[in-house]
Design a protein around this ligand. Structure first.
Ligand SMILES: Nc1nc2c(ncn2[C@@H]2O[C@H](COP(=O)(O)OP(=O)(O)OP(=O)(O)O)[C@@H](O)[C@H]2O)c(=O)[nH]1
Ligand SMILES: [Mg+2]
Length: 462
């Protein structure tokens, strides 16, 4: 297996590492998560408890609207049903596709929109053939104000219409939006841009109409100048919404691209256990590796190319030992990956406790995650086995072989393989096992795709 270059990461940039093993409180976690906008904004508040469970996976309901057919309609019942099925399929596809963030429009900074609008509108001439000076001037004034209004508002309409509606996003991307910006922020920014567009339209229409009623050349000139001033003021007042949208677009576009049809390995475990070190060994991903917890604060994608096969690898933030409702947004990113992407799990255990989390705590977290996501294909790895002494973990001291935790402390989960990155121990075996796991994952994906296709054929044929 060979790793190709160019892993892509999305990090919650402004987070600071915590001291080893100190649990982040949810409030701190959420506050730390302010990605693009200042913390002082009211929408930066902490997410409500139990937020993530409300984003449970599942196909969104598709509502088929009833069609009202007039008596004269020539559309047959079959055509109608087919149309409804097609639109339902379209809706489903909309819901199931990922990659919406790569298609969002480029947003021009507010200053550029204003400068371009001013320049273009000033070049608008009066309608040809108006001999009367006053009439010509008021015609020009009204046309220029109308042009300025349109040049300012049309880009805003394009943005608000082309940013994806959250309800149409894949649940994974939906949760990324929520966890990155905070609850409701995405819609709020788009709403503010739309409100600015409406305001510009209203001010522009009003002043163009006033200018069109001017009786003298001078009056028309004054009304044009006044209209320009009011439009520019209105734009300046609301321009922060556009700049916020620029930041939202930037953050969304930089999120890692995931292909649901390619098998994906997801590294999971407590903080600082060695997940990122293994991602670097296994794939093209080059996540930061440091000796403190929460070095990884976002989801990172790497790739593995083996012969003609291509696989994805995601690094994730570490999980602390606590209830899911108490997790900070960084940890919730990991749960979002586990919940919504068709991944195979590589769970990393550090039995040396070098990571700063006790083996008992790691076990509690492991059991919880295994219980919740045990239906995924799964491989357990004991990391840092160079720190466990020269002998393999099977020779470790075991005080009570009947005790689950004692077993875990000594051997890790059943079937776990032991590796060391600096010692280069177990890496070849790990790569082989990962390849087997991802090949099985490919078979799962194909079986599921086959299932969907059969369902669709069945539906079409009925
Ligand atoms: N001795 C030893 N140290 C290791 C090994 N693997 C990783 N480390 C060290 O463990 C520390 C944490 O490694 P990372 O790969 O950043 O761990 P992580 O799980 O990604 O950490 P977070 O992103 O903070 O959750 C670093 O100092 C690594 O150098 C190993 O096999 N042996
Ligand atoms: Mg890491």
């Amino acid at each position: 297996m060979r790793a190709i270059s160019g892993g892509r990461a999305f990090h919650l940039q402004h987070l600071r590492p915590s001291p080893p093993c100190r649990a982040l409180t949810p409030t701190i976690g959420a506050a730390l998560l302010s990605h693009t906008a200042p913390m002082s904004r009211p929408h930066r508040r902490r997410l409500p408890q139990g937020f993530l469970p409300s984003l449970e996976p599942g196909v969104s309901a598709v509502h088929l609207c009833r069609r009202v057919l007039s008596a004269a309609s020539s559309v047959s019942l079959d055509d109608m049903l087919q149309g409804e099925l097609d639109s339902a399929k379209g809706e489903l596809q909309k819901h199931e596709a990922v990659g919406a963030f790569q298609k969002i429009p480029m947003v021009m900074p507010a200053t550029d929109i204003l400068m371009s609008a001013q320049r273009k509108s000033r070049n608008v001439p009066p309608t040809k053939g108006i001999a009367n000076i006053a009439k010509r001037e008021r015609n020009k004034g009204a046309k220029q104000l109308d042009a300025l209004m349109k040049e300012l508002s049309v880009p805003l309409r394009t943005y608000t219409e082309n940013f994806p509606k959250r309800k149409h996003l894949h649940p994974y991307e939906r949760s990324l939006i929520e966890l990155t910006f905070g609850e409701g922020y995405y819609e709020q920014v788009i709403g503010r841009v739309d409100a600015l567009r409406k305001r510009i339209t209203s001010v522009g229409k009003q002043h163009a109409s006033v200018c069109a009623k001017s009786t003298t050349k001078r009056e028309a000139e004054e009304r044009l100048a006044e209209g320009r001033k009011k439009l520019e003021e209105a734009f300046q007042q609301g321009k922060h919404a556009i700049d916020d949208l620029v930041n939202v677009a930037k953050a969304l576009r930089s999120m890692p691209v995931v292909d649901l049809h390619i098998p994906t390995l997801c590294l999971v475990g407590s903080p600082n256990v060695g997940k990122s070190s293994l991602v670097r060994v296994l794939s093209s991903g080059k996540p930061e590796v440091c000796s403190y917890p929460f070095t990884t604060r976002g989801v990172l994608m790497g790739h593995i190319v083996s012969n003609h096969e291509r696989f994805q690898v995601t690094d994730t933030p570490g999980l602390l030992t606590r209830h899911d409702d108490d997790r900070n947004n960084i940890e919730r990113l990991t749960l979002a990956v586990l919940s919504y992407l068709p991944i195979a799990v590589l769970y990393v255990h550090d039995l040396s406790e070098d990571c700063g989390t006790s083996v008992a705590d790691q076990y509690t977290t492991y059991k919880h995650i295994k219980e919740r996501f045990g239906d995924r294909l799964w491989l357990d790895v004991i990391s840092k086995c160079d720190l466990l002494g020269k002998t393999a973990p099977t020779n470790f001291y075991c005080d009570n072989s009947d005790n689950e935790l004692a077993q875990y402390k000594s051997f890790g989960p059943e079937g776990a393989i032991q590796v060391s990155v600096p010692g280069e121990i177990g890496i070849v075996e790990l790569k082989e096992r990962v390849h087997e796991l991802l090949t099985s994952q490919m078979a799962r994906i194909k079986a599921e795709q086959g299932g969907h296709e059969t369902q669709e054929t069945g539906t079409d044929g009925s």
